[in-house]
Design a protein around this ligand. Structure first.
Ligand code: PLP
Length: 459
């Protein structure tokens, strides 16, 4: 493809995407297709001869579109949002177009320094400790996912303990409501012991139960190494008491990681920051701009309060990566801040988003989502057929039908069967409940009003 062909085809692709964005509401959110239906449309072998770009573009409509789930639709209330924006898409496009590989400062100074600057901006915007800025002892790095960030924290915690304990004796702790990425990360990092600690009536970790579990493990000759607090659990957005857990972590020399993958974005609103009191005592923190901060997947921010243990754990310098800038120690080589060597210029899309929304634009839209969630919560509370299963703290409303699971399932079936809205049910104990996660870029009050009408009709 010559640059001129690229220009022509690129315009056609942008037009196609702009039409998609304008019409996203018109598609049924989930496709009505059987497994294998898309695969069956594709030839068994790769084409031997080049195909015209127009044919590839035509297949976006013909083959790809029928197999899409429309995550960016305004009626998307499932899982947590993975919201995006025009600015995020264009930033990602430029990143791909530039083909930077920012493993070292020397391999892309712009990739490195824009990432450093944008993450330092976010320290202030989200009200996390100033020491996490790169000009303090800490610093941030963009990873692919919260799972990667949590895995990294588990690896650092293990490494930091070093020879002072048998790796087989290390114990990691998280609440029963923690995301499965903690368990997966612990498994990958080689922890043999993971304790899922009891929660209280709000589904937040009970610090007394944590303390008791730690004491029992120490009595058994094990070594507490890592604890994860969650600010905004996946099930119900419960908030673990970060400060109390930090006290226990400090007392026993554990690495304390905070998983704010979803709710971290809400901290751009000063009135929400009390949910993470105690952050100045934690060791690491993850939040995903790719969930709720209008930054297209993938973009996960991992901060450490002190970068030395991270760098001690992950820095390995073979001769082929040595260069003058690294030797001066005046530059950041982000390859030492996470597991992969190679890295995309992800900061570009975050930079585009923060600049084109401005902090006030992001605050405005996040507040709007939370207000819609509060309004829906009020409607659920006022309806005797329904009950909340957890408080609405951020943009997630968790509720069920009082008549039991069959009635709750019927509401889910009506919502998802409409094609206009999508929710994911979950379970707490023996009971099913409905999660309505409001956070799509395109969602407006009229969409949550229409969702309510459907809930009302089907309850
Ligand atoms: N932590 C929490 C609290 C989550 O809700 C999720 C996903 O929803 C994750 C971690 C995993 O995020 P990722 O897909 O970025 O690994």
């Amino acid at each position: 493809m010559t640059p001129e062909d690229f220009r022509r085809n690129g315009h056609a692709v942008i037009d196609w995407l702009a039409d998609y964005m304008a019409d996203v509401e018109k598609h049924p959110i989930t496709p009505d297709i059987r497994p294998g239906a898309i695969r069956d449309r594709l030839p068994v072998r790769a084409p031997e001869s080049p195909e015209p770009f127009g044919a590839i573009l035509a297949d976006l409509d013909d083959i790809v579109m029928p197999g899409l789930v429309h995550w960016q639709a305004p009626g998307w209330f499932a899982y947590f949002p993975a919201n995006g924006s025009g600015a995020g898409i264009l930033g990602d496009l430029v990143s791909t177009g530039l083909g930077q590989q920012g493993m070292l400062w020397a391999t892309s100074p712009a990739c490195t320094e824009i990432e450093t600057a944008v993450l330092d901006w976010l320290v202030e915007l989200l009200g996390v400790p100033a020491g996490w800025r790169t000009d303090g002892p800490g610093g941030g790095v963009i990873q692919m996912s919260a799972s990667d960030s949590t895995h990294t924290a588990l690896v650092v915690a293990r490494h930091r303990i070093g020879a002072s304990a048998d790796p087989a004796d290390l114990v990691a702790y998280a609440s029963q409501q923690a995301h499965s990425s903690v368990e997966k990360g612990a498994r990958v990092a080689g922890y043999r012991h993971l304790r899922l600690i009891d929660v209280d009536a709000t589904y937040a970790m009970d610090p007394d139960a944590l303390e008791a579990a730690v004491a029992a493990d120490i009595a058994d000759g094990l070594t507490p190494a890592f604890v994860c607090s969650t600010v905004g659990t996946t099930g119900t957005t419960a908030v673990d008491p970060v400060g109390a857990i930090a006290g226990i972590a400090r007392q026993h020399g554990m690495w304390h990681h905070v998983d704010a993958a979803y709710a971290g974005t809400a901290m751009i609103l000063p009135e929400f920051r009390h949910h993470q009191e105690g952050l100045e005592l934690v060791d690491s923190y993850v939040f995903n701009p790719h969930k709720w901060m209008f930054t297209n997947f993938d973009c996960s921010v991992f901060w450490v309060a002190d970068r030395r243990p991270l760098l001690d754990t992950l820095s390995i310098t073979p001769p082929y990566l040595r260069n003058k800038a690294t030797d001066t120690a005046d530059v950041i080589d982000y390859r030492n801040w996470h597991v992969p060597l190679g890295r995309r210029f992800r900061a570009l899309k975050l930079w585009f988003v923060v600049r084109s929304y401005g902090a006030e634009g992001i605050r405005h839209h996040v507040r709007r989502h939370i207000e819609m969630a509060q309004r829906l919560t009020g409607r659920v509370e006022a309806d005797r057929r329904l009950e909340l299963v957890a408080p609405t703290t951020f943009g997630l409303v968790s509720f069920r039908h009082v008549a039991g699971d069959a009635a709750t399932d019927a509401v889910v079936a009506a919502i998802n069967g409409s094609g206009r809205f999508h929710v994911t049910p979950s379970r707490l104990g023996e009971r099913t409940f409905i999660r309505v996660a409001i956070g799509s870029t395109t969602t407006e009050q009229r969409h949550t009003d229409a969702l309510w009408e459907l809930i009302d009709l089907s309850s």
